[in-house]
Ligand binder design. Sequence first.
Ligand SMILES: Cc1cc2nc3c(=O)[nH]c(=O)nc-3n(C[C@H](O)[C@H](O)[C@H](O)COP(=O)(O)OP(=O)(O)OC[C@H]3O[C@@H](n4cnc5c(N)ncnc54)[C@H](O)[C@@H]3O)c2cc1C
Length: 299
Amino acid sequence: MDYEIYDVMIIGAGPAGMSAGVNARVRAKSVALVSRRFASPSLAKAPSVHNYLGVEEMSGTELYSRFLEHARRAEARLVEADVTGIYDMGGHFSALTSAGDISARAVIIATGAVQSASIPGESELLGAGVSYCATCDGPLYRGKRVVVLGYTAEAREEANFLAEICSEVTYVDLQRGKADKGTPLANSVREVVGKVVGIRGESFVTHVELVSEEIPVDGVFVIRESIPAERLLDGLVVTDGAIAVDREMATSVSGVFAAGDCTGRPWQVAKAVGEGLVAGLSAARYVDRALAAARAEGR
Ligand SMILES: Cc1cc2nc3c(=O)[nH]c(=O)nc-3n(C[C@H](O)[C@H](O)[C@H](O)COP(=O)(O)OP(=O)(O)OC[C@H]3O[C@@H](n4cnc5c(N)ncnc54)[C@H](O)[C@@H]3O)c2cc1C
């Protein structure tokens, strides 16, 4: 059903956004779920998800289609559109979208982690040997050779985790000028300091090209910060590349909540779904209070 002002508008239909939508509908709120596409670009690249509770193994695409079916049955209004800005109108929010303006009393941002694919070959080979998450994809490279391209302090932890299951781990330090290098590398990890020229391979990764050498590999893990989402909304605080939230998933802007990869690591479906639930219920509670206050004031 179309509303002039929805109770809750959710931006992004990944696992976090759909979980938020289902749970706001459980609280009988009108919900607009606005997303660039009704697909999760991240989850679509997961050949097999094996760590979502109750689902021993399933492709990311199949898991997503189950989430989407659930959101449809909950009767959230699904709007396929790109959101370019959210504006506080005093009492409600209005989103500028490619399908026109959409208004709601509360907003949930669930736009995922935006990966900046700046290494030549990275975006083409994502899901074909290139991964952003050792916890998710490490087991696919058991007994194989991997390279970790480390842009953050946490990248060394990922390399150490991979060293426990892979036959060969090379760590390329890309934290330029950072004094704090994080956890020391395990003895079995070979460290290389060098500039990356590209990730190479036709249909699957075959090697990583550095200025100094070529490293033959089966998999490449690119570990960098997510891109901040503060440009969507004035006043949104972003810390270390992630939207800052409290335990209710409330952001720095009253009436705006966030969930999923956009609030930071770990980038995992279970976290996205859990945070989506909390954000959906928090947004519903916010709307109830706002409506009660308006009634009390005779508005
Ligand atoms: C290769 C790979 C393998 C993975 N394997 C696993 C695994 O095994 N297990 C696991 O738990 N997790 C895994 N993950 C991580 C998992 O996919 C993510 O944690 C999860 O999808 C995050 O959900 P989300 O809802 O936060 O964001 P996303 O799934 O990224 O969804 C974000 C949505 O927001 C939309 N959007 C973004 N910006 C806008 C905008 N401005 N306007 C409108 N819509 C917008 C996008 O189109 C998308 O639909 C993997 C990820 C990758 C890349």
